[in-house]
Each structure stands twice: as structure tokens, then as C-alpha cells.
Design a protein around this ligand. Structure first.
Ligand code: BGC
Length: 899
């Protein structure tokens, strides 16, 4: 039968349209998209499949890497489902070279493979490729709390160039420019690491910034974390007294010849107009002293002095593995306030971290002072006390030049309000902009529900993360602390990984955990460690084990476990050494830091402080560490150690039961945290667990449905209640809005970030102990994990499902919520769970990324009511109260009866 053309066309359209549209996207190398500066010999390639079809599985891939037109490696067609972190396997890559890589992907649906291409550029693959020397300004007064120098050098570009790459780092912070144009858009570079053991350099493609003829490079060096005062005991010069620069510009000319412009004694230096710039205390600039055009080729630097060669090593430097700090959102003042003392205060409406940039046309010599605070007291007076010894000020002496744009360089502030002094005439709020600074992490998760206060809580959690993920996970950004507190980072790490891609952020930080780990295996309380030797504390030092595992589970990257395993094992061995008869019951412990205490705020909820025995807490975390090491050893196939850890775990749990539990399962501390941790880590015999759940719920009721947990109990409070079928109690605690609760700061005080204490500002609007009360501490934001995982119901399986290769969609309804929307960009693509209740019908929309599968748990007991696109679902599985089914990739619209 001969088809008519229209029929044929329609048929082929039909079959063509039925041909799946497969595409490949989000190509990354070493978990970074289009990275410049990879110093791995075997960089690892990842990609994502995108298809409009369901049940898409990759069947094969082919990676090819080219240098220009030349093929340097190809895998050939590999039958495999793997699309993550395929290591390069070709001949040695060359340093400072641009490569193009292409991936061809076949799947089980589309007729034709899909292609995608991306670039990456290598850094210096061998330490001996550093030709540059460390240089220091050599200027008297270039010290901590001293001047900030400019360094410069001019050089000739004799002929057309094909590429130019800068490799640069510093001891202290650097800002570099070429011919007056900033190199890159990263700030506070090279960030904060344990500089004498771990120092990263950055790589920039500056091909377009050079011109034939005379060029100039200029660098300004600030103290930064390298020598600034850190912590509250006036520690200074922790890594060294003299800042120093290491700069290497590699020019490849069009004719193939090369040139290197390096830091050496041919450079010149002079004090800049930045008179002072330190992390806690802020910055002072005298703009009358600004050397206009100092970083341009024709600038006269004849009065500048020669720099000094500094003898620092270069054989341990590595190229940055994490995203740099960048400028992000900006805020204009929402209000101009006048304090009772007549002070002019700008309210930016959001507690942020960064600085204020402003435009001004003032008189020469006019001094503008900006004071940064998080809160005003109940009389509208700026609250400085909680800054402790940190001055957090920016002072600018104007040069009289009209319409100047002014901002600092080598400091940052944690603030919502800024007191402005020195302005003449009426302030124009439009002239002032709050600029946020944080690590350029890729946003991954979004969460929204029908309760506006819970949505505000989500925002506060994300702003807490933005405010404290500044190359290092800091506890707070405003006072004379701002340290990489391990405990805070670990309790928040799963939530952090939902909100943003923090794999590389933590991969870099964990290198400092290893670097600053004590020879006896102890892990310090803050990383980079600026607080001296410690023996380690549960929940804090454990970050060395907990964070690598959490990152592996969420992103599926075994590398972080391989890189950290020696450190993880050394730490567990250290704790085993501290424990007597399998009890970790000695030494200093933070335990359930900042849990509820009656005297705190005269609240009426319960007349008993919730202080949990510190060694009960430590023993639970000892078990948690071992449990994770068992999982890690299994992932890394270290079977002999699995057996050892499993035996140890049994002993540690037995010791717990003998030391902290009565025969009926009552714990020596009648606190929420005691029962939460014992239940979370299965410390109790099966038979006694329900009793413990009952005691926990009774305890919560006795505090009128308020939590009393501190830093270590809070992250597991709602997950334990959900696990043991007490989700209604979990929702009650989430929606509680009087102190102590997550919503109290929002309801009572309009909080825009997460507070250090449940009552950093008390119900009577007075402040907690100024010696330690921050309004931007993310630790209590650890509830974010439960909001994604239980309200939206998005989670990954562990073991062979890590990284959302096999995911779980399991929304638990409650709290009177009528809808919730959650989505997350997994390493395989977007997963989403959106539910909505209408009457007695629940509509659940689910999206499962290509090349993965997801087990959907339907929150109904009415199995016959479950429909997919209106068609009754079959092959459903009943597991206890849960009905579930595993689906391949695709979009699904389910409906079911819920009452
Ligand atoms: C920090 C916390 C830290 C705690 C441990 C505080 O000073 O701000 O983030 O967890 O100390 O003691």
C-alpha cells in the first residue's frame, strides 16, 4: 500500500515526534562548570541527560578530549549508565592549556546519540612550573593593623598573543589588575586556608586584558585572615607577619613562542590610600592619597620603592578546587531611620554579609564613617555590644572628587543596619547599596509551602548560609569570632547541601581539617584552626567524619571519602583512645550547646532547664561516628575494617545502655536531646524504643509543645519524631511561634536570618548575653533538611543510590499545610515534589531526573484511590503504613484520597 505524502509526512512526524528528544547538559569537570585552573592529572568528567521521555536510562557514552583540533584522548563507545565523574585516561595533559571535551551519549529511548561540548583549562600540573618568586612590599608599616601596599610592574608585549593566563596567590589577600582592569571577579582571594600547610592559587584567562606594547600589572595586598586579629584572645600574625604575593603571567604568542611575567625584585611598591584594613575592625581609606592610574602602563612610579623577595615555599600550592567568593545580591535601604540620639541609620531590610558601596560628591577631607550592626534595640538605638571587640566600621576621607563610588576591599561586615556619620545635608538612601559577598555556590534547592512564616524560615536559613559560607563555613559574620566552627558546620551540612552545591566548598575545607588535625588524630574545634591544640569534642570534631559522608550521600562523589579517609580513620582511632571501656566519658565536651535554660528568658513554658549529660551526648556521637565509618568503609570496600567497626559499634551501644539507661529504658537525662540522640543512633534495645518515644513526646508536651534542644539535639528532633510516627508533633514544633521555637524570632522580632540562641533577642525585646549572641548563626537552621526531606519529601537513597541515582519521594503531610513545593538539582538533573490538598484529594506532581529512578511513597492509606494521570496505579507495594512504587525518570501527576 503506497502512502500519500501527507500521510507519510504525518506518519514520519508521528514517528519522529515519537523519537525521543535526548539532550546532554550541565557538563562539569571536577564538579565545576567550564573550570579555568584544573590541576588534576586525571580530571573527572560529568554530564546530565535531559529527555521528554519517561524511564530514560543511559546505555553508553563516548568522551573525547581535544587540544585545538588535535584529539588527545577518547574513551570510544563505553556501554555504561555512569554519567558522573569519569576520570580522564589519556596521555598527560599539558599545563596551562585549553582543552575541549565532548561527550556523546546513547540512551534506551532515542534513536540517535546526543552530543555536548565544553571546555576546561589546566593549571600548573607540576610544582616546579612556578617561575615566580614570593615578593613582599618591603614597606615600613606594612604590618597587621598597618598600611595596605600597592605593588606594580610594567612589561612589554612585543607581538600578537594567542593566550595569556595569570596564576596568582598571596599570603594575605590580593586584588590584581592588568592595565587598570580587575583580574577576575572574585573577592577576598585566595580565601582562608591553613596557609602554611594548604594554600590555593587562582587561575585567570587574561588574554583580552593585554595589549601589544607596554602593559602594567598592579596588585594590592591586604592582611586578610593571614595576619589579622583572629578570635577573642587578640591572636595576630597567626600565619605570618609579612604579606606576600606570588604572581605568574604566562603569555603564549601567536607564533607559539612564550613569555612569563613573574613576581620578582623588579616590582615596585608604595603605600596605597587604604590606611588600614582588617577583618573584624573594618577599613580606613584616605581617598586624597589615592594614586589615580597607579596600575596603568604609563604611570610614573619612579618614587616607588623596590619590593623585597620573600622566602616562602611554592611546592605545596594547589589550584583552587572550590568556587571563589563573589558579589551577589545587592540591597538598597528600605528605610532611613533616626535614632533617639539623632543618628542616621540605614535599614537594608535583610541581615547580610558583605559591605556597603556608596556614591558621594563630598569635600576634600570630609570623613564619612559607616557603623555596621545587625539589630537596633527596642528604642531604635544601634546594638553594638554583640560585636564584642570587633569594630566593624568603614571610614573614608573624601578627596572632594565629584560623584565618587566608594567601597572597601579587604574586610567584610555582618549587618542589616548601618549608622552613617559625616554626611552633610539630607541622606539619599539611593546612594547606598549593601553588596553581599559569599562563595559562588550554585543554588540547587527550592522549598515553598502554604505557610508564609515557614517560607520566611526557609529564606532565613538560606541567608544564614549565604552569610556564613565565605570560603569557610563560619559560625557568625559580625563579632570578633567568624571562625570555621566544626560543630555548626556538621549539624548544618545536610541542609547546606540541599540549598546549594557545597561539594567543592567542603572538599576544600576538609583539606584544612586534615591539615590542622593533630598528630594524635584530634580534630580542632575550628578549621582553619586558630584556637590551639584540643583533644576533640563530640559533635564538633566529628565534623571530620560526618561532613565527608553527608557530601558523599548527597552528591555521590566517592573522591571526598577517598581524600578524607585517612583523616577520618585517624580521628576515630583518637576517640577510641580517649574512650575507657568503650565509653567516651572524659575531657571537655560542648554537648548540646545552647539548649533551653529556664533563667534565659523567664519564659513560662517549663520550669526545668534542658541540660543533657555531656557524656551521654558524646557516647551517642561516638556510635554515630562508627556507624558512618562502617558505611564509608563499605563504599571504599575496606571490608576488614567494616568488621572491626561493627564489633566496636555493638560494644559502644552496650556501654551506653549500661552507663546511661535504666532497665526500663529511662535515660539519666530527662531531656528531649537525650531521647532524640538515643533514638536517632539506635542506642536503645528495640523493645525499649517506643517507651523512649513516649517519654520524648511527654517531655515536649510538658514544655507546651516547645523544643528545648541545643546545637546537637535540634537537627535530629523532627527527623526522629517523623521516623517514629510522631509527625504531628514535629509539625507542632515547626509551627510553634513563641520562645523557644524556630518561628519565634520571625513572629516576634521580624528576623531575616537564623539566630545563635533561641532568644538572642528575648520576648521582652532585651538582648541575651552580649558576650555571645549573634543574629546570624546557621546551626539552628539545620531544620531545613527536614523541611526538604519530610515536607517536600525529597531525598536520596544511600549506598548504591547516593547522589540521587536512586531517590525517594516521601512527603509527610501535616501542620495544616495545604501545599508544598520542593525541587532540587541533583547531579543527574532536577527532581521535584509538589503536593496540593483540595478537599479530601491530594494531588502530587513528581519529576524524576533522567538516568535515575525514584521510589514514591504515597501519603494515603487508600491504595485504590491512587491514580497517575487519572489512571489507577497498579503494582503498588505496601510497606507498613506506606504504599510505594518505584518509577523511572519523567514527570508524573498522581492523585489520591487522603481522608
Ligand atoms: C560559636 C559557636 C560554637 C560554639 C562552641 C561559639 O562561640 O559561636 O558557633 O559552636 O562557640 O562553643
Amino acid at each position: 500500500m503506497k502512502y500519500s505524502l501527507p500521510t507519510f509526512l504525518f506518519a514520519s512526524m508521528l514517528s519522529f515526534s515519537s523519537w525521543a528528544q535526548l539532550s546532554v547538559q550541565n557538563l562539569t569537570v571536577e564538579n565545576l562548570s567550564i573550570p579555568i585552573g584544573i590541576d588534576k592529572a586525571q580530571p573527572r568528567f560529568s554530564w546530565q541527560l535531559k529527555s521528554d521521555k519517561k524511564n530514560v536510562k543511559q546505555t553508553a557514552y563516548e568522551i573525547s578530549v581535544r587540544s585545538g583540533k588535535k584529539l588527545v584522548w577518547s574513551t570510544g563507545k563505553i556501554s555504561s549508565e555512569n554519567s558522573l565523574r569519569i576520570p580522564y585516561g589519556g596521555a598527560n595533559l599539558a599545563s596551562d592549556s585549553k582543552y575541549t571535551w565532548q561527550v556523546k551519549v546513547w540512551d534506551n529511548q532515542a534513536k540517535a546519540p546526543a552530543l555536548a561540548t565544553a571546555n576546561f583549562q589546566t593549571a600548573l600540573l607540576r610544582h616546579d612550573e612556578w617561575k615566580a618568586q614570593w615578593i613582599n612590599s618591603g614597606i615600613e608599616g606594612d604590618s597587621v593593623n598597618g598600611i595596605v601596599p600597592h605593588l606594580r610592574k610594567t612589561f612589554e608585549v612585543k607581538k600578537p598573543i594567542s593566550s595569556a593566563t595569570v596564576f596568582v596567590t598571596s599570603r594575605g589577600l590580593y586584588e590584581a589588575s592588568l592595565n587598570g582592569k580587575r583580574v577576575g571577579d572574585a573577592f577576598l582571594t585566595p580565601g582562608w586556608t591553613s596557609y602554611n600547610k594548604h594554600l590555593q592559587y587562582q587561575t585567570y584567562d587574561v588574554t583580552k586584558q593585554l595589549s601589544t606594547g607596554k602593559n602594567a600589572v598592579g596588585v594590592t595586598l591586604g592582611s586578610g585572615w593571614y595576619r589579622t586579629k583572629l578570635a577573642w584572645e587578640n591572636h595576630k600574625n597567626l600565619y605570618g607577619k609579612e604579606t606576600a604575593l606570588l604572581f605568574q603571567l604566562h603569555i603564549t604568542y601567536a607564533d607559539g613562542s612564550e613569555d612569563w611575567i613573574v613576581s620578582d625584585n623588579s616590582w615596585k611598591s608604595t603605600p596605597s590610600h587604604i590606611l588600614f584594613s582588617e577583618i573584624y575592625d573594618g577599613e580606613r581609606q584616605d581617598l586624597r592619597k589615592e594614586s589615580k592610574g597607579w596600575d596603568l602602563a604609563n604611570f610614573d612610579d619612579s618614587k616607588w620603592q623596590n619590593v623585597k623577595i620573600a622566602s616562602f615555599a611554592t611546592d605545596y600550592l594547589n589550584a583552587s578546587v572550590n568556587e571563589p567568593i563573589k558579589k551577589h545580591e545587592t540591597f538598597k535601604p528600605i528605610k532611613v531611620l533616626t535614632s533617639p540620639k539623632g543618628e542616621t541609620i540605614l535599614d537594608f531590610g535583610q541581615n547580610v554579609v558583605g559591605w556597603v558601596k556608596f556614591n558621594i560628591s563630598g569635600k576634600a577631607g570630609q570623613m564619612i564613617k559607616l557603623y555596621h550592626v545587625e539589630m537596633l534595640d527596642k528604642h531604635g538605638v544601634p546594638y553594638f555590644e554583640n560585636l564584642r571587640s570587633a569594630k566593624a566600621q568603614a571610614h573614608y576621607v573624601l578627596s572632594g572628587e565629584p560623584n565618587q563610588t566608594i567601597e572597601p576591599h579587604f574586610t567584610f561586615f555582618g549587618f542589616r543596619y548601618v549608622k552613617v556619620e559625616g554626611l552633610e545635608g539630607k541622606i539619599n538612601p539611593e546612594d547606598f547599596t549593601a553588596v553581599t559577598l559569599y562563595s559562588d555556590m550554585k543554588p540547587l534547592g527550592s522549598f515553598e509551602c502554604s505557610n508564609p512564616m515557614v517560607n520566611q524560615l526557609q529564606k532565613n536559613i538560606q541567608w544564614g548560609q549565604k552569610g556564613n559560607f565565605l570560603d569557610v563555613p563560619t559560625d557568625c559574620p559580625q563579632r570578633d569570632e567568624r571562625l570555621g566552627w566544626t560543630g555548626d558546620a556538621e549539624v548544618f551540612s545536610r541542609t547546606a547541601a540541599y540549598n546549594f552545591n557545597v561539594n567543592q566548598f567542603f572538599a576544600k575545607w576538609l583539606k584544612d581539617v586534615s591539615a590542622d588535625q593533630e598528630p594524635d588524630g584530634a580534630i580542632p574545634f575550628v578549621i582553619p584552626n586558630v584556637l590551639g591544640k584540643v583533644t576533640g569534642a563530640a559533635g564538633w570534631s566529628d565534623a571530620g567524619i560526618i561532613i565527608p559522608y553527608n557530601m558523599y550521600v548527597v552528591y555521590g562523589d566517592k573522591q571526598i571519602l577517598q581524600d578524607q579517609y585517612a583523616s577520618m580513620k585517624a580521628y576515630l582511632t583518637h576517640v577510641r583512645g580517649l574512650a575507657k571501656n568503650d565509653l567516651w566519658n572524659m575531657g571537655f565536651q560542648f554537648a548540646d550547646w545552647l539548649s533551653y535554660r529556664v533563667d534565659d528568658s523567664k519564659s513560662t513554658i517549663g520550669q526545668k532547664s534542658a541540660v543533657t549529660d555531656v557524656y551521654l551526648v558524646a557516647q551517642c556521637f561516638y556510635a554515630y561516628n562508627i556507624e558512618l565509618m562502617i558505611k564509608v568503609a563499605k563504599v571504599l570496600q575496606k571490608n576488614e575494617e567494616v568488621a572491626d567497626y561493627e564489633a566496636l559499634l555493638q560494644r559502644v551501644k552496650k556501654a551506653f545502655q549500661q552507663e546511661f539507661m535504666t532497665a526500663s529504658g529511662r535515660l539519666i537525662s530527662e531531656t528531649q536531646t537525650a531521647y532524640i540522640l538515643a533514638l536517632q543512633f539506635d542506642m536503645l534495645p528495640e523493645s525499649l524504643r517506643q517507651n523512649a518515644v513516649n517519654r520524648l513526646v511527654e517531655n515536649i508536651k510538658s514544655y507546651d509543645y516547645h523544643l528545648t534542644t541545643g546545637f546537637l539535639g535540634t537537627p535530629f528532633l523532627n527527623p526522629v519524631l517523623t521516623r517514629y510516627g510522631q509527625n504531628d508533633v514535629a509539625y507542632k514544633l515547626l509551627l510553634q511561634d513563641t520562645y523557644p521555637s524556630w518561628l519565634y524570632p520571625i513572629k516576634s522580632h521580624g528576623a531575616t536570618t537564623i539566630w545563635e540562641r533561641w532568644d538572642s533577642m528575648k520576648p521582652d525585646s532585651t538582648f541575651q548575653d552580649p558576650g555571645m549572641t549573634s543574629f546570624n548563626h546557621y546551626a539552628y537552621g539545620a531544620v531545613g533538611d527536614w523541611m526538604y526531606r519530610t515536607i517536600a519529601g525529597i531525598d536520596t537513597k544511600e549506598a548504591d543510590g547516593a547522589g540521587y541515582k536512586a531517590s525517594i519521594i516521601k512527603p509527610e503531610l501535616g501542620g495544616g499545610l495545604t501545599f508544598a513545593k520542593g525541587s532540587y538539582l541533583t547531579p543527574y538533573g532536577k527532581i521535584a515534589s509538589n503536593w496540593k490538598i483540595e478537599g479530601d484529594i491530594l494531588a502530587l506532581e513528581v519529576e524524576v531526573p533522567a538516568n535515575t529512578e525514584s521510589t514514591v511513597y504515597f501519603p494515603t492509606s487508600d491504595i485504590s484511590s491512587i491514580k497517575s494521570n487519572g489512571v489507577a496505579l497498579t503494582d503498588l507495594k505496601q510497606e507498613g503504613k506506606w504504599i510505594s512504587k518505584t518509577f523511572g525518570s519523567g514527570k508524573y501527576a498522581f492523585t489520591m484520597k487522603i481522608k
